[in-house]
Design a protein around this ligand. Sequence first.
Ligand code: GRF
Length: 213
Amino acid sequence: MSTLGTQLPGVSFCPEAAGPRFGVLGSGKGSNFRALAEAWKSGTLGATPAIVLSDIETAGILPLGREFGIPSHFVPPGPFRTKMTPEAEEELVRLLREAKVDFVVLAGFMRVIKAPLLEAFPGRILNIHPSLLPAFRGLEAWRQALEAGAPEAGCTVHLVDAGVDTGKILGQSSVPVLAGDTAESLHARIQVAEHELYPRIVRKFAEGLKAEK
Ligand code: GRF
């Protein structure tokens, strides 16, 4: 079923500009989500954020989502640290379907995605990772790059598959590692690159979906 042109209440977009709808999953402060939402508000994203979901009740991304007028909900993840329970993932799927999203964007979501979500949105879940994949998969990739003495670092947007940071690469952006960098200064430089890269790649992905329909 095509959901192109579906409008959020109170948001006056021409249906063409609104583009496909997407859900955002995040566990943190949501600076990547902010970059996407600002691109959406300025009419340059070609896609519409329809719902924001978090596994952390106090995550900054939830009030931020509401600030942008987007329904934003906490979904209790269950007892595991690195993944959600199948029931919790089913609840994510239910909410995403209810919001009629065409694809899903992970913006600092700190749990591994399992079968319920992967099967509900095959080839339609994007993630941003703070390294030049395939180098430095996993946690605190910027620190890994610094400790390995890499001359450059960066970020990658990729499709999510059953592995950790292993899916098809959609785009990358590099930044230098400078003398005197700390983990914090390098991460901050990578985040600046992320905020430019993610909206650009989401726009391309949305254009691809529109072409498919
Ligand atoms: C980003 O650095 C992203 O690469 C990683 O998690 C961080 C999220 O930051 N996956 P934010 O919540 O978007 O500020």
